[in-house]
Ligand binder design. Structure first.
Ligand code: B4P
Length: 189
């Protein structure tokens, strides 16, 4: 059974690769960013709350994010495995995910860290701003997202390495090349 986590800075290609890899592995890709954006688009209370944080490049509070993921993981399609894109992002989220999985008698199989140079990720996100106009892709907000990643999410690499779960994958190169690297790394690990 595949239970994967995809980590990486904003713009490393998590969302882009998550759906491709999940399709190949036959599991759902669960993106906390996408669920928040769907709630923003529908104008739900969760969306209104999340938007304040996302638009300024901050993380949505752990309690809110954890509850949303707990609800999503109890849906039937996640029972046969999943790929989590962008969750966990903080140590508190790691511990909450541990509890959720332990309660289901399950455990993560791999954590993939997708890496990419800062100049490259900034360029990708500025390009997306032109194409899609996402509110959190302005230069100031991108810088803040990178800081928040370095402060709150980068330490998870050490944590998952210590658990023997981490695989690092180079996120530079074309989308197809990165997908190949990712699938090869998962096959080999
Ligand atoms: P996310 O939606 O996860 O946004 P992201 O980090 O920018 O990654 P994304 O997956 O969208 O982009 P990708 O790198 O694939 O999070 C947004 C916000 O939601 C967070 O800042 C936070 O506020 C909130 N949030 C989400 N999860 C949370 C959590 N667990 N706890 C608290 N808050 C949370 O792609 C970026 C661009 O690069 C795209 O335009 C893509 O086309 C392009 N690209 C990708 N790969 C490429 C390649 N190889 N070459 C060229 N371009 C490429």
């Amino acid at each position: 059974m595949t239970r994967l986590v995809l980590l990486g800075p904003p713009g490393a290609g998590k969302g882009t690769q998550a759906t491709r890899v999940a399709d190949r592995l036959g599991v759902p890709a669960i993106s906390t960013g996408d669920i928040f954006r769907a709630n923003v688009a529908q104008g739900t209370e969760l969306g209104k709350l999340a938007q304040r944080y996302m638009d300024s490049g901050e993380y949505v509070p752990d309690e809110v994010t954890n509850k949303m993921v707990a609800d999503r993981l109890t849906q039937p399609d996640a029972g046969a495995g999943f790929l989590l894109d962008g969750y966990p992002r903080t140590e508190a989220q790691v511990h909450e995910l541990d509890h959720m999985l332990a309660a289901a008698g399950a455990a993560l199989t791999r954590v993939v860290e997708l890496t990419a140079d800062t100049e490259e990720v900034v360029a990708r996100l500025l390009n997306r701003a032109k194409e899609q106009g996402r509110a959190d892709d302005s230069e100031d907000v991108i810088r803040r997202r990178l800081e928040v990643y370095a402060e709150q999410t980068a330490p998870l690499v050490t944590l998952y390495t210590a658990r023997g779960l981490l695989v690092q994958v180079d996120g530079m190169g074309s989308v197809d090349e990165v997908t190949q690297h990712l699938l090869a790394a998962l096959d080999a690990s």
